[in-house]
Design a protein around this ligand. Structure first.
Ligand SMILES: CC(C)(COP(=O)(O)OP(=O)(O)OC[C@H]1O[C@@H](n2cnc3c(N)ncnc32)[C@H](O)[C@@H]1OP(=O)(O)O)[C@@H](O)C(=O)NCCC(=O)NCCS
Length: 173
């Protein structure tokens, strides 16, 4: 597996990246067209998009976008093909993105991880986030949600946006 800049990908590989995005996060990008539009939007010189490529096939990708004059980078998005998850691909991409953010002078990296599927997956879904939020963050449980991955990677919850995706469906920072 190689990690390469997505600006170097050919059309077929960009399609593979887009297909993975709509397959994995259909709430965000319901169609292949939506996912392609997102990638084209993100492919700007100020952003850095990196793809994990194996035998010329894209198996995962992610991006960092500068915020706050480059002191902070937003990690957006991050996706690994469903049949290649839990094999270290996400970790390899996020590590490469962190190194890139560091190289570009970034001090902080953050992601918004929406808890929006079904009836909520984490302990921050369907609760009053205006009541003892520090306590709720301290006792956080990710359940099946991707925030379990970020916690494994050393990320800490710094806050939430209540009802970001409808009542009881927060975005977790
Ligand atoms: C989240 C995602 C990118 C993780 O990628 P991945 O390639 O499966 O992750 P890795 O295999 O590199 O996992 C690294 C570690 O995190 C753990 N991990 C991965 N997913 C996890 C989860 N959902 N919950 C808890 N731990 C998880 C792995 O077991 C591994 O632990 P280890 O280092 O102790 O072995 C992938 O599941 C994905 O694409 N999900 C759908 C899209 C998505 O939700 N993206 C994030 C939007 S905010």
């Amino acid at each position: 597996m190689k990690i390469i800049n997505m600006a170097q990908l050919n059309k077929t590989q960009i399609l593979q990246a887009a297909q993975m995005l709509t397959d994995s996060i259909p709430i965000g990008w319901p169609t292949l067209q939506d996912a392609l539009a997102e990638i084209n939007e993100l492919l700007k010189p100020e952003n850095t998009l990196l793809a994990a490529v194996e035998n010329d096939i894209v198996i995962g990708w992610g991006g960092i976008l500068p915020m706050y004059n480059g002191n902070v980078f937003e990690l957006h998005p991050l996706v690994v093909r469903s049949d290649r998850r839990r094999q270290g691909v996400g970790k390899a991409i996020i590590t490469a993105l962190e190194n890139e953010a560091r190289k570009q002078g970034g001090l902080t990296i953050y992601a918004g991880a929406d808890d929006e599927r079904g009836n909520g997956e984490t302990s921050l879904a369907n609760v009053d986030l205006f009541d003892d939020l520090p306590g709720k963050i301290k006792n956080f449980s990710p359940g099946t949600h991707q925030s379990g991955f970020y916690l494994k990677m050393g990320y800490k919850i710094i806050g939430v946006m209540p009802d970001a995706n409808g009542i009881g469906k927060p975005d977790i920072y």
